[in-house]
Each structure stands twice: as structure tokens, then as C-alpha cells.
Design a protein around this ligand. Structure first.
Ligand code: AMP
Ligand code: MG
Length: 415
């Protein structure tokens, strides 16, 4: 009999076996969602020059003292400065330049007065307000100073960071590589989508749900296909998987199994351990390495393999991609029904969680059998009941691990 271990212990073993992958240079748009591997310092000021925040007139504040609509300051317009052009004239006393938003402020001027506070006259302008020094001027470097650190390594690149990198003139940056994750299904009862199904065969849905989970982590699946329960085929498929950064298999690790998968893992693999994890679903789990590539053998049942992936593989993949936050968000929610369970095992119960007036409400998605994939299809979270709990009553509060971002979006704008 294999040892029974806690979820935390299995997780720690697996996380300890993986480390962040090396860096690669990618285009800033391809960096979206990736973890940056360098500190980014500004090589230039943003904005590069003092420029106008308004369409209006660049002028000297001293010329507008006490100006009003009744007693405007009349200034000579010496130049027109559209955005993107270089001012040619210095603004002297009694002078102004017509200036557009974003255009560099000419020398001599110390403020911009917006168009609405002026009236254009022939070759001159009437200014209706007394301007303050610096008014409507965006200062050089007010956003970013040269040499300032704007992005730190380890941060996740979002659209704002992409914009900042572009503003600094950076088209490529270093990010952690995306791992290649091999997905191997095992079982004589399995067929792939392109094979003619017979009534006693089932489609290897795990090949697809697990590959989709890999994609959902922003990693790259390597579809190895189905290994028949035969030594040579298992060995061939496992060897083909060894060019990946991590191997995930499904099936053939539970107690009652035809022992070939475990036998081949033991013989071909290194440091293989076969655990009974104190969790439901997903109790059996194999872990070791093929060569130096870590391998996790997930249980075969469609729900078990997905739930185990969520608990063990997802955090490992995120760690490989350089992320600091490896785990799905959990929230506390009000339970809508009674649940009974055995003690000693942590339960991950498929559930539907939604927003309530003040907090969240959660119900189970029905039949919790580990072969009931529909319970996952309906679920957007997993109720997590700890080992010692034996019952929770309707109305009680439970912890729910969110499986997607459905709670991040709303039917109405929140303002
Ligand atoms: P096993 O752990 O190999 O005994 O598999 C347990 C059960 O999970 C099997 O009886 C299959 O019905 C199911 N199963 C195993 N592998 C897959 C797969 N790749 N896709 C869908 N179901 C599977
Ligand atoms: Mg099997």
C-alpha cells in the first residue's frame, strides 16, 4: 500500500522539482501576460520636451496680469506651432504663439492659455484671463525621468506596460519562456477523435481537457496522444514526451489498475513515487522524472485529472513561467445546501458561485462522481472542505477556489 500524504505535501514535492525557465526576447505585444525577466529603466524622458496640454496660446504670464474679458491683454501672434513641429521663435514681451495640444512650448513662454479664453484678431490675440506660471504646460519628464525604473523584473506585462515600453522606444524585452507540457493519455479503452469509435471505447477527452488547461495557463501543450496499456507503447509515448519541460499523464496510477503504467513509470523513470493523496477526487498521483523531466501521473477519471491538474500542475507551470502568484483566488461564500463528508480527506466539490448583495453564494453542480464531466462543465469554482470537516449546513460559509474569471465580469457596469 502506498503512503497517504496531504495535499500540501504533494504540492510541495512537485513545486520543488520545477524552477523558472530561462529568458527569451520577444516583441512587446507577444510579451502580454508574460513575466518580464529584466528591470526596465527609462532611456529618455517622457514627455521629451515641455509641451502644451491645450489648444491655445503660448505666452508670458507677465503680459496677462489683470486681464479679463472687458480688459483683455492684446498680444502679437508671432508663430503657429502645430503638434510635431519645432518652434522657431522665442516669445518676447507682448508676444504669443498659437499652439496645439502636444506641441513643444516655445522658449520665452511660461504658460499656455486655452483657446476658449481668447479671441483671435488680425495678427493678434485677445487674452481674457491672467495666466499662472506653468499653466497648461506638460513638463518634460513629468511622466518618466531618464534613468527611472519603470518596470521591475518579475512583474506581469499588461497593456499598460506594453504602452510604457513603446513610449520608451523598446520593441523587444526579455520574458520567461513558456514551458512545453507533454500530455500523455493511457488506456486500452481510449480512442482519439479521428478514430472510428466502437461502443466499448471512449474518446480520450483527457487529452483535450488537459491540453486546454495547459493553454489556459498560457503554456504550450505537446499532444503525445494515447498509449495503449502495453509496455512498448507506454515506453515509446513516454520517451516521445521527454522533449517537453514537464510531462503530464493520465490514467493507470490508481490502486486497482492493471499495473503496467506504474511498472513502466518505475522502470523508465527516476525517483518515482506513487501517492495516495488525502483528497477527493484525485487520490492517486504518481510523481518523479523521466530523465531530468518531471512527470506527474494524474488519475484517469475525467474530473479527477482536471481537479488534480488545477491543484498541482497549474501552480508548477506558473512557477516555470516565472510567476510569483501561483494559486487561483479563493473567496468565502454562503453555501446553499447541506454537505456531508468523511473526515480525513480534503474534498474539492464542483460548484457554481455567484455574487450576492454582500458577498458570494455557492451551490454544488450535482452528481460529484469523478467520471461526471458535466459537474466540471457547470462549475466555475471548487468548494474546498478541509480534512477534519464532516458536515456543513446550508447557510454556512465555505472557501471556494475560483476556476475562471466569471466573477471578474458583470452584466452591468459597476458605476
Ligand atoms: P484509470 O485510472 O486508468 O483506471 O482510469 C480510470 C477511468 O478514467 C477509466 O475507466 C476511464 O473510463 C477514464 N479515463 C482514463 N483515461 C481517460 C482519458 N484519457 N479520457 C477520458 N477518460 C479516461
Ligand atoms: Mg487505465
Amino acid at each position: 500500500m502506498n503512503a497517504m500524504i496531504r495535499v500540501e505535501e504533494a504540492l510541495k514535492n512537485i513545486l520543488d522539482a520545477v524552477s523558472p525557465l530561462g529568458l527569451e526576447k520577444v516583441n512587446i505585444l507577444d510579451a502580454l501576460g508574460r513575466v518580464i525577466g529584466e528591470d526596465v529603466y527609462a532611456g529618455r524622458a517622457i514627455p521629451p520636451k515641455d509641451n502644451s496640454a491645450m489648444d491655445g496660446y503660448a505666452l508670458r504670464t507677465g503680459d496677462t496680469l489683470g486681464a479679463s474679458e472687458e480688459t483683455p491683454a492684446i498680444l502679437e501672434v508671432v508663430e503657429d506651432i502645430p503638434a510635431g513641429s519645432i518652434p522657431e521663435k522665442r516669445i518676447g514681451p507682448g508676444q504669443a504663439a498659437r499652439i496645439m495640444t502636444g506641441a513643444p512650448v516655445p522658449e520665452g513662454a511660461d504658460a499656455v492659455v486655452r483657446m476658449e479664453d481668447s479671441r483671435k484678431e488680425d495678427g493678434r490675440v485677445a487674452i481674457f484671463v491672467g495666466a499662472k506660471v506653468g499653466q497648461d504646460i506638460r513638463r518634460a519628464g513629468e511622466d518618466v525621468q531618464p534613468g527611472e525604473k519603470v518596470i521591475s523584473r518579475g512583474e506581469v506585462i499588461r497593456p499598460a506596460e506594453v504602452g510604457m515600453l513603446a513610449a520608451l522606444g523598446r520593441s523587444f524585452i526579455s520574458v520567461h519562456q513558456r514551458p512545453l507540457i507533454a500530455v500523455v493519455a493511457t488506456g486500452d479503452e481510449l480512442v482519439d477523435l479521428d478514430e472510428t469509435p466502437s461502443p466499448w471505447k471512449i474518446v480520450s477527452s483527457n487529452s483535450y481537457s488537459l491540453a486546454a488547461l495547459v493553454l489556459d495557463c498560457d503554456a504550450m501543450p505537446l499532444q503525445i496522444g494515447i498509449a495503449k496499456d502495453r509496455r512498448e507503447d507506454l515506453i515509446a509515448k513516454f520517451r516521445a514526451a521527454m522533449r517537453a519541460d514537464l510531462i503530464v499523464s493520465s490514467g493507470g496510477v490508481s490502486v486497482g489498475d492493471y499495473d503496467l503504467v506504474k511498472e513502466v513509470m518505475k522502470k523508465e523513470g527516476n525517483r518515482m513515487q506513487f501517492w495516495r493523496v488525502a483528497m477527493k477526487p484525485g487520490r492517486p498521483l504518481a510523481f518523479g522524472a523521466l530523465g531530468e523531466v518531471p512527470i506527474v501521473g494524474l488519475p484517469g477519471n475525467p474530473v479527477s485529472s482536471m481537479v488534480s491538474f488545477e491543484q498541482f500542475i497549474r501552480p508548477a507551470i506558473l512557477k516555470m513561467m516565472g510567476h510569483a502568484n501561483l494559486f487561483r483566488r479563493t473567496v468565502r461564500a454562503r453555501l446553499g445546501e447541506d454537505i456531508n463528508k468523511k473526515s480525513g480527506i480534503r474534498h474539492f466539490i464542483r460548484a457554481r458561485i455567484c455574487r450576492e448583495e454582500d458577498g458570494y453564494a455557492v451551490v454544488t453542480t450535482g452528481d460529484q462522481g469523478s467520471g461526471i464531466l458535466k459537474s466540471m462543465v457547470r462549475a466555475n469554482g471548487l468548494i474546498i472542505l478541509s480534512e477534519e470537516v464532516t458536515k456543513v449546513r446550508a447557510g454556512g460559509m465555505v472557501t471556494v477556489q475560483l476556476l475562471d474569471d466569471s466573477l471578474d465580469r458583470m452584466t452591468e457596469p459597476g458605476y
